[in-house]
Design a protein around this ligand. Structure first.
Ligand SMILES: O=C(O)CCC(=O)C(=O)O
Ligand SMILES: [Fe+2]
Length: 312
């Protein structure tokens, strides 16, 4: 399955049955069903699609131009009560140039060792189902030390110490992320100057597919999502970027270190349906992740200066 190909409006389109809707999408907490329901009030909706990888811009496609016209008039730049008071920025869009393709799937590995990314480790069932359920966050915990609900997890980190990662004892920062179904995470490298070498991510509740991209220049040059399938494959061949994907089941822990942490962008595609080795899997459950890191005090002195904000 591919997404219809739409062009961002250039300001000259006077009418179309497709609307480009900004400030709207799964990344701002609006599901496709909600968006379809709101726009459906102005005529039958053919589909709602992501306009790009941000998760904050969508294309609403109608069967008829007059529906798009009514929706644009009624909804653009007005606080919309059905969308929690959010104000949408709407323009006409034409069916033409490629945007995000959700079917540009690549083989999804179950084991980090298959990915050939130095410094990447995945341990399945790092915590038990029992531990996953019983650890709750207490918002009153004193900020400064990591909260005590993490103690059993930190104790298990001794496993990584045996692998030669003694610094796990020093972790002092926890980020809790919640991903409703369909919501992903944009591509990034965690800032070198902000955090030390080891970055752990514990997956809870639902699974996800995490993807990795390595760019030879260190920067996110052309968005590969604007390439068509053939160009995407060719760009992998001509090594503009390398791309890998791994399945992260609940209760697993992922370690990004070395090259995996400093050089590869990591992200979670904004998809409602993941394609895992030819099987389409609807993302049904929300995912929660605990990212554990150590705040860096001095500049980063990694071996990858071209990717490093401390060494530029
Ligand atoms: O949710 C995750 O597993 C990763 C989160 C992440 O990459 C981050 O917070 O920097
Ligand atoms: Fe990250």
């Amino acid at each position: 399955m591919g997404l219809p190909r739409f062009k961002r409006p250039g300001g000259t389109i006077e009418s179309s049955s497709n609307l480009y809707v900004a400030n709207c999408g799964p990344a701002v907490g609006l599901t496709f069903d909600t968006i379809e329901a709101v726009f459906g009030a102005y005529g039958p909706v053919k589909g709602v699609y992501l306009a790009d990888e941000s998760g904050t811009r969508v294309i609403v496609s109608y069967h008829e131009e007059r529906s798009a016209e009514s929706a644009l008039k009624a909804l653009s730049r007005r606080a919309c009560p059905e969308l929690g008071g959010r104000s949408l920025h709407i323009q006409y869009s034409v069916h033409s140039v490629c945007q995000v393709a959700v079917d540009d799937s690549i083989p999804v590995s179950m084991a980090a060792s298959e990915l050939d990314i130095p410094g990447l480790y995945l341990i399945h069932d790092f915590i038990s189902a029992e531990e996953e359920k019983t650890r709750n966050v207490n918002a009153n915990q004193y900020l400064g030390e990591l909260p005590s609900f993490l103690s059993p997890i930190l104790e298990k980190m001794s496993l990584f110490q045996k692998l030669g990662y003694a610094e796990t004892v020093l972790l002092d920062q926890l980020t809790v992320n919640e991903y409703p179904p369909g919501v992903g995470l944009s591509p990034h490298i965690d800032t070198h100057s902000a955090f030390e070498d080891l970055i752990f991510s514990l997956s809870l509740a639902g699974p996800c597919i995490m993807e990795f991209r390595k760019y030879s220049t260190g920067v996110w040059l052309t968005s590969p999502d604007t390439l068509n399938d053939e160009e995407a494959q060719n760009s992998e061949k001509s090594s503009k970027f390398l791309r890998r994907a791994i399945y992260l089941p609940p209760r697993s822990i992922l370690l990004l270190s070395g090259e995996a942490r400093y050089v590869w962008h990591h992200y979670i595609p904004h998809h409602k349906v993941d394609v895992v080795n030819d099987t389409r899997i609807r993302r049904a459950s929300r995912r929660v992740s605990f990212t554990l890191r150590k705040v860096r005090k001095g500049p980063c002195e990694c071996e990858f200066p071209e990717y490093c904000d401390s060494q530029k």
